[in-house]
Design a protein around this ligand. Sequence first.
Ligand SMILES: *Cc1c(COP(=O)(O)O)cnc(C)c1O
Length: 229
Amino acid sequence: MDSIAENLAFIKDQIASACLRAGRRTEEVCLIAVSKTKSPSAIREAWDAGQRTFGESYVQEFLDKLEDPQLNGLPIDWHFIGHLQSNKVRQVAGKVAMIHGIDKASTVEELSKRAVQHDIVMDYLLEVNVSRESSKYGLDPASLMPTAEACFPLPNVRLRGLMTIASPDPLQARREFAELRECLDRLRSNAPDPSLLNELSMGMSQDFEEAVMEGATLIRIGTAIFGWR
Ligand SMILES: *Cc1c(COP(=O)(O)O)cnc(C)c1O
């Protein structure tokens, strides 16, 4: 196993060449280092190698890491990428730059309530189950529009785009990423402020190159940086 710094350098190279092939600028793609189940010292190592954006999936683990002496005070750009239920919203609101894993209007209502209380604005993505695997979280593509329409008027929250976890097969994954992009295009044409809707959170260790080809702006990579969980 190479060091975290070496893995990061390798991944960034691969992202850059995928961008080149896709005719995109490297700056259009933000790498989120997914550090769930990994130790604060591993996160620190990635930070020391220049990584600033990290993704966590479990609320309690994330809160513990915020308090950890090795990370305390570091201006990390945290993203919450796990499935977020409304009863956990309170614990995450105000502590992350963006929440990716929301698939219910009621969760966004709760987020809006907390954001108003704290006098902050929270950015979030809606998770869409484009692979249509019943075991997965995420909105059915058909219910995306009505859900988004229920969320648009809510104060202090901004829908910034869509997130998905694709099927294991890379060819299938690429079709699903394309579908997520089409979902975002449709959403934009119906949104009160289309300029806010520009994030596609898609692509993981196995399929981030396909995701970059289809327009990913946020890619979430764990294993290829930190090793197996
Ligand atoms: C764990 C996780 C990832 C990272 O997956 P890897 O295959 O380890 O890169 C990305 N997104 C979500 C939502 C995850 O839970």
